[in-house]
Design a protein around this ligand. Structure first.
Ligand code: ATR
Length: 275
């Protein structure tokens, strides 16, 4: 058995994951002996993989689609973000016990903190989408003290569920309410898959948006989504989705390998070159 720390990222499929590139960069930067590998595991095999991971020499790992909810139920202990969001993306063992955390909300906040200090002085947010990514974003915004969070989704029932779960004051809305919802929204976050390569474009008219609004997208392929292009052409501040991906990886690396890594411009360029 190897005696250096090992970590994994597992999903199904997993071949497009950039996580090995990110953690491999940090391992090299610190000159650490350690490994981080992608392991493709089907949903049927997932619990067996996780429950034997420690015996197989893993300090922990990341979990991505479609395993985040299953990971949540396998953990004996979970951090508060995972509990609130209902999904786990980071696993580690402590005294032999499987712990789970969710670093997506942390990644979302840390990215905006680094790109736009003071961004969270804004208190009114419009969140597009009501899936798993949206849960992390809404949780993060509540943590940061946003008092007016409006959730808009194609399927209004999902928006309602999310608004109830986090008791948001701005309520749940269908897509056609967008023009009014934009008025006064000083942060606009896309958490839907619209705008991603191969998917439909996110058609949104930003005319009513505040002139000091910050527009951010969790989609990062392509980096310049149509939403961000539209925002920039109106002179609005923007933040792309790649930073969230990079920042959400930081807490896991620190747990498994014992060093707190940095999200550098060089790392960003390495990941961009791979896209
Ligand atoms: P994730 O966990 O990555 O957030 P998800 O749970 O599948 O993924 O959620 C995807 C989000 O994108 C949802 O808000 C979804 O809207 P619905 O709840 O109505 O499905 C949204 N989405 C995906 N395709 C869309 C489309 N063509 N038009 C509008 N919204 C779309």
């Amino acid at each position: 058995m190897v005696d250096y720390p090992r970590a994994f990222v597992t999903g199904y499929p997993i071949r497009h994951s950039r996580s090995p590139l990110i953690h491999g960069y940090w391992l090299r930067q610190f000159g650490l002996e350690g490994s981080y590998q992608a392991v493709e595991v089907t949903p049927d095999a997932f619990s067996g993989f996780i429950l034997t991971a420690r015996d197989n020499g893993f300090a922990g790992g990341n979990v991505t689609i479609p395993h985040k909810e299953m990971a949540f139920s396998l953990c004996e202990k979970r951090d508060s973000a995972a509990e609130e969001i209902g999904a786990v993306n980071t696993l580690w063992f402590e005294n032999g016990i499987l712990h789970g955390g969710n670093t997506d909300a942390y990644g979302f906040l840390a990215n905006l903190d680094s790109l736009s200090p003071g961004w969270s002085n804004r208190k009114s947010a419009l969140v597009l989408g009501a899936g798993g990514a949206s849960r992390a974003v809404v949780f993060a915004l509540k943590e940061r003290g946003f008092t007016d969070i409006r959730i808009v989704n194609r399927t209004i029932e999902r928006a309602r569920e999310l608004a109830d779960r986090f008791e948001v004051s701005g309520g749940a809305h269908g897509w056609d309410a967008m023009p009014e919802l934009l008025l006064g929204a000083s942060l606009i976050v896309n958490t839907t898959s619209l705008g991603m390569s191969g998917k439909d474009e996110l058609a949104i008219d930003l005319t009513g948006a505040d002139s000091d609004a910050l527009v951010t997208d969790i989609v990062y392929v392509p980096l310049e989504t149509p939403l961000l292009q539209a925002a920039r052409s109106r002179g609005l501040e923007t933040a792309d989705g790649l930073g969230m991906l990079l920042h959400q990886a930081v807490p896991g690396f620190e747990r498994w390998f014992g060093k707190r890594p940095e999200v550098t411009a060089e790392l960003r360029n390495i990941v961009l070159a791979d896209m």
